[in-house]
Design a protein around this ligand. Structure first.
Ligand code: SAH
Ligand code: SF4
Ligand code: F3S
Length: 445
């Protein structure tokens, strides 16, 4: 019987893409994907620790596997990713989850084959978590979830140390992949039929700063080289830190047709005082000017953002500053979070007199205002024709097909027999909701 694997992924696109590498490594060992978790011979949890609820959900999932492991002791249960980079979590797993056989960190992905072998031959639990900044391992096999769209990592780690954030502690310092490696990967993807790539990094705007020897690289240049040297049709990227967003990048966004008309630019707070406490290294005014400049030079660009409410010491006035800036900028969408204290970060030690109820009230108010804005932004597409990369049957709306336009809007349309995932098609938009557009395929264009 061929062995089967099942991977559950929490967290950001970095983790989603790391799971594609885990799947690639398992495939190279002869494993195939299981459709049900109960059928798997190895189960991996690729974890996230950016907020407490991500960790709680992981423990909930692992707790539910106890019976399965008791029934089939040969089953291997593994935990990897950001959560296990924290010694406190490894201690908790050791103590309370004896049936977890394998724990490996974000710098140990490439070792999966030998670690599985070790579990199988030793019969005891294997823990391998390096806390040094890992080298970059090129040429690991990747089993991608989609054929027409792909993630491409351009850099690992983060140097920013925003006061609330655990990522720099669990992902290490910034390391850029060499441009030749990135370009070669994208050329291979194009050859395999990929139409759209998303370049990944915690702060793509500092791409190249750590590359030594030879020519100087930066993110705008990388985008241009990808556009010129490959036949990829659409290029997306995330995430941009406002403090590092260059004029050159704003210009490249405006002039490179292959670069999608969407920028995710986390604001976090609209109050200069809170931004300072957060160690974001820009002021409200600087962000506002940056957003205005981007919109002036790129009419029609969609801006999205991340916002944290309830940072320690955030007062009513600070929150009102955020609301006012959100209304003024007019984001197409925003991910909004209640601040979650993370052990080892500076913010976790700050006094926080604001009640949880107050924070929830703020979050609800912010979401209400943002949803109104998102709806108006989406309604502006009604009556226009927008180009959509077909993804296939809609997850939310199984009777329909879906895809995304350049602005990253989710577009629904009725299934058309001659279309397949990966087609770039014109869609005439008829209606809009807060989160989606709906339209009809224009076959005659
Ligand atoms: N590198 C990216 C993504 C980081 S994590 C960036 O800088 O934008 C994604 C988002 O999670 C962050 O933008 C932030 O809004 C949120 N976040 C990070 N740490 C958090 C915490 N401790 N509590 C609540 N939200 C947090
Ligand atoms: Fe976290 Fe800030 Fe780095 Fe983003 S830029 S990963 S929020 S420390
Ligand atoms: Fe979570 Fe790690 Fe990403 S903490 S948000 S999975 S980098």
């Amino acid at each position: 019987m061929p062995q089967k694997y099942f991977i559950t992924t929490f967290g950001c696109q970095m983790n989603v893409h790391d799971s594609e590498t885990l799947a690639g490594l398992l495939t190279s060992l002869g494993y195939s994907p299981a459709s049900l978790i109960e059928e798997a011979d190895i189960i991996l949890f690729n974890t996230c620790c950016v907020r407490e609820n991500a960790e709680n959900r992981t423990y909930g999932n692992i707790g539910a596997l106890k019976a399965l492991k008791q029934a089939r002791p040969e089953l291997i249960i593994g935990m990897c990713g950001c959560m296990v980079q924290q010694p406190s979590e490894v201690a908790k797993i050791k103590q309370s989850y004896p049936y977890v056989d394998l724990v490996f960190g974000t710098h140990n992905l490439h070792q999966l084959p030998e670690l599985i072998h070790k579990v199988q031959t030793s019969g005891s639990r294997v823990i391998e978590v390096w806390d040094t900044d890992g080298a970059i391992y090129e040429d690991l096999p990747i089993r991608r979830a989609e054929t027409f769209r792909a993630w491409v990592t351009i850099m690992y780690g983060c140097n920013n140390f925003c006061a609330y954030c655990i990522v720099p502690y669990v992902r290490g310092r910034e390391r850029s992949r060499k441009p030749e490696q990135i370009l070669a990967e994208i050329q291979d993807l194009v050859r395999d039929g990929v139409k759209e790539i998303t370049l990944l990094g915690q702060n793509v705007n500092s791409y190249g700063k750590d590359l030594t020897g030879g020519e100087r690289w930066n993110f705008a240049r990388l985008l241009r080289e990808i556009a010129y040297q490959t036949d990829i049709q659409r290029i997306r990227f995330q995430t941009s830190h406002p403090k590092d967003l260059s004029d050159d990048l704003i210009e490249t966004l405006a002039t490179e047709a292959k670069v999608c008309r969407h920028l995710h630019l986390p604001l976090q707070s609209g109050s200069t005082r809170v931004l300072q406490l957060m160690n974001r290294r820009y002021t409200r005014e600087q962000y506002r000017q940056l957003a205005a400049e981007i919109k002036n030079r790129n009419p029609g660009i969609a801006l999205t953002t991340d916002i944290i409410v309830g940072f320690p010491g955030e007062l009513e006035g600070d929150f009102q500053d955020t609301l006012a800036l959100v209304s003024e900028i007019g984001y197409d969408g925003a991910f909004t979070f209640i601040y979650s204290p993370r052990l080892g970060t500076p913010a976790a030690k700050m006094a926080d007199p604001v009640s949880e109820a107050e924070k929830k009230r703020h979050l609800a108010e912010l979401m209400k205002i943002q949803n109104q804005i998102s709806l108006v932004k989406n309604q502006a597409f009604i009556g226009t024709v927008t180009e959509v990369l077909v993804e296939g049957v809609s997850e939310r709306n199984p009777g329909m097909w879906s895809g995304r336009n350049s602005q990253n809007k989710l577009v629904h349309f009725k299934p058309v027999s001659q279309l397949k995932p990966g087609n770039l098609i014109p869609v005439s938009i008829i209606s809009a909701t807060t989160f989606t557009l709906e339209g009809e395929f224009l076959s005659s264009v």
